[in-house]
Write a new protein. Sequence first.
Length: 228
Amino acid sequence: MLGLDLTFLNWDIISKFVLGGLRFSVQLTIIATLGGIVFGTVLALMRLSGKRILMLPATIYVDGMRSVPLVMVILWFFLLVPGWVYSYLPNGANNRAEYSAVITFIAFEAAYFSEIMRAGIQSIPRGQVFAGQALGMTYGQNMRLVVLPQAFRNMLPVLLTQTIILFQDTSLVYAIGAYDLLKGFTNAGKIYGRPEEAYLLAAVVYFVICFGLSWTVKRLQAKIAIVR
């Protein structure tokens, strides 16, 4: 009725246009998640340190990042960082958009992971912290051996949920020309004259991936609840 032809997308088109974009979207999600968690943990510990010299810059960074749209940060970084900076990176001149996306996502997502980490750390009973101190542990040892392992287990469902949101946000790198999953569908739609079908199929792929991951997170959350 609408003249849609969803059969235009065959394996040749998928392998030529879509798989490369999907690969980059997945890689960006994984790298940004790992980098965001590491950087976010540092920010969370700074905010919980009780020292103003650490708390103030961490708070300004987190609140500032969380108050700005991601697409704006992506455009800022891509447009304002001089091109010669990328020459120090492997094949940086040809992959400027991809490098910009990776760095921007790590910096941006760290602010959100920081709040998750901070809430997880604060969820650990203070008695366990005092017990570690009574055993002669330093602040670092207490965090590394007592608090963080338990906090990570408590936060795992929330961290994975944020990762799903991050995967959806990877479509924003289209604004700087990075070749992600959405870009692959867009190019296929333009070349074969089927843009409506391409965007519809892209939405279906995003839905299937995110729904599957969300279902996995719910199952994991139920198992963690049973363990507790």
